[in-house]
Design a protein around this ligand. Sequence first.
Ligand code: GKR
Ligand code: MG
Length: 421
Amino acid sequence: MSRIAAVTVTPVAFRDPPLLNAVGVHEPYALRAIVEITTDAGVTGLGETYADEGHLARLAVVAEAVVGQDVFALNRIHERAGQALAGDTGSDGHGLTGLITTSGTVDRVFSPFEVACLDVQGKLLGRPVSDLLGGAVRERVPFSAYLFYKWAAHPGGEPDAWGAALDPDGIVAQARTMLDRYGFSAVKLKGGVFPPEQEIAAIRALRKEFPALPLRLDPNAAWNVQTSVEVGRALAGVLEYLEDPTPGIAGMAEVAGRVPMPLATNMCVVGFDEVPDAVRAGSVGVILSDHHYWGGLQRSRVLAGICDTFGLGLSMHSNSHLGVSLAAMVHLAAATPNLRYACDTHWPWKREDEDVVRPGALAFERGSVAVPTGPGLGIELDRDALARLHEQFLACGLRNRDDTGYMRRVDPGYELVQPRW
Ligand code: GKR
Ligand code: MG
């Protein structure tokens, strides 16, 4: 047996550009937490998750509850996380994923512990995590370019290398840079920022510039049903899928019945308890999995099985993240046969010199990342970098993601309205 002897949770902050979305703008730093599990024999495993205050408090509770558990006893560890968090519910704090329920909270907190245990298991067995998930069915995992409207600089700061992107030309230029640099095979535009006609124009400009690339638009539920239908029809034959045009299972179902393309979601279905209603209503054609809130890698494969059973497509959602998350996403995607869409990633928005993982193990080439073949996640923690990014967390003063609050500090008249159009 290989028992968990110690768990360390280290919050870190890394620089993030002023990316715009339906609820405001990204603050100068993104927050993450690195979970490290050490066994009684000194083997270590890594997980990565959110670092908002409430989440950190829950991680601390579960960290204590799992000490002494066998790293192979993932069902028992999930049960203990549930017991430790009994009665606790939390919202995700930024309104860009759906409402988190009690079971959703447990899955979200459990996830980095599960990933870290799988990392240990793989190291003990000398096999990559993808093998523990049934084996890789692809050697490389394709990702999509994730475009954002953005300012050239944070207020009062120096412009970043990406520059501003506030109109179709800016978005096309951003896509060109991203595709030249990474070779992505699909493109997603984060919408919900400007009136829908402007975002339709941006998608059309992308189509003109990149005639063969699958395109996606995600306004994070910024539109009412009628607007969603109008946008969907205007972009018939142009979008691979339309992501979360409108709030809720019922609204999405209404839109789904009236637009030609599949609807995808990381908002109206974010936990197992929401799947039955969405399937019955016909709200979505594609669910975006995300191991960070679907309860880790194995439970994300359960979701994949559900999608397969009900004839739903499966794609992968992302938030601002570091290399531990990327490694976990790659192993999961490699071992999920019905994940047939290029996965989302915020990777290009992160500075290359800011990560907690030693460079080399994960590299983008032709828009995809090779599945690491070394034991466990196949990555190595850079302790100096972890310490540096932890110092940055302490110094930056941010403790919760607050895109709306930041936008209001810049524009006091900004109001959060959903749906806005
Ligand atoms: O980073 O602003 C962002 C995204 O909008 C993110 O928060 C969303 O959760 O990428 C996500 C999405 O697909 O909705
Ligand atoms: Mg989305």
